[in-house]
Design a binder for this molecule. Sequence first.
Ligand SMILES: Nc1ncnc2c1ncn2[C@@H]1O[C@H](COP(=O)(O)OP(=O)(O)O)[C@@H](O)[C@H]1O
Ligand SMILES: CC(=O)OP(=O)(O)O
Ligand SMILES: [Mg+2]
Length: 393
Amino acid sequence: MQQGILTINAGSSSIKFALFPLTRPISPEAEVSGQIDGIGAEVTKLVAKNRAGERIADQTLSGERVNHDQSFDAMLKWFTASHADWEIVAVGHRVVHGGDLYSQPTIIDSQVLDHLTSFTPLAPLHQPHNVAGIRALQALLPKVAQVACFDTAFHRSQSGVAQMFGLPRWVTAEGVKRYGFHGLSYEFIARALPQHSRRAEGRVVVAHLGNGASMAAMVGRKCVATTLGFSTIDGLVMGTRCGALDPGVVLHLMETKGLSVKDMTKMLYKESGLLGVSGISQDMRTLLSSDKPEAQEAVELFCYRIARELGSLAAAAGGLDALVFTGGIGEHAAEVRRRVCLQSDWLGIRLNPEANARHDLHIGAGNSSVDVLVIPTNEEWMMAHHAQTLLAL
Ligand SMILES: Nc1ncnc2c1ncn2[C@@H]1O[C@H](COP(=O)(O)OP(=O)(O)O)[C@@H](O)[C@H]1O
Ligand SMILES: CC(=O)OP(=O)(O)O
Ligand SMILES: [Mg+2]
């Protein structure tokens, strides 16, 4: 029997999983990786690929508007049937919120699970699914250690001021502050960067541009500022989330349109961002290939907000030595990178257009005063690595 570490990344509409053979160190390529997509939508699909990138699963789940529990069931059923000859020795879970309590990967016991459950109000669209994933895996593999890896952990190095809102002190004391997310992705990039840039220890901004998107500034590979704040809707315009918003807008809509907290939550998390602005899609590929003015405007706003935040993060870091693009859009959308870099030429950023079109690792021109890189992120590997290290496997 082969031994392996399983990783689970349960998001608001998808569950990603990967299996890494237990080797020292863990190899970056998973034996199998896959996801269930479109949870709660009209069509929910399970897809998986093997190490060679070949599709080994492509199925539509039966039932109407399949929920998270049904998706976990389907995923675990498929996984156990197709990988019966594997012994799972640890499970790593991406947990979006670690609150003030957790700044390191942590072995999950009943007390930890109670704490994680209590953070649900801090991340209502992510945390319940993370907790459900832990419970599902505990039920399937009761003897196997489960490790929580926190999205917020990487950002705990921010100064007190960087984490503070201009709100009354008692509100801050209750934990209403800027936590930051996508920490596993940033941590992966921070680890990988020295292999690729001599400026890794300097002032670096990483743009994690996926369906959820954020940016973080690092100095000495430690976070000093980030665009996501208290919740997962701050900062950049995302697939369906609005990004930074004047709080007066929320008050105005509630007052004049009679919208409830539930209505506002739906609008800000699910109906805004690229989808809301374009009225067409949350998918960057669809928008880039559309000639509709609304689609163009959504892409323009997306890039404009990144360029604006880049200036702000460079200010927080005291300058800029390197800029890294990652995440589905950051890794694959050359046009988005081109626009962001063009708007940021005042920072000394110059792009090599051919290298950018090829999605090369180094896409900066020879005369760029900033290193510009594209580094594929690997949150799954980061979790497997944490589980191995913490459990001394
Ligand atoms: N070739 C591509 N060109 C442009 N955008 C892409 C490409 N491939 C993926 N994307 C975009 O990446 C986004 C999803 O990123 P990803 O990091 O996978 O998201 P998630 O937050 O779900 O992990 C989508 O908006 C998708 O359109
Ligand atoms: C925290 C967050 O936005 O996560 P995701 O990008 O997975 O939705
Ligand atoms: Mg993601």
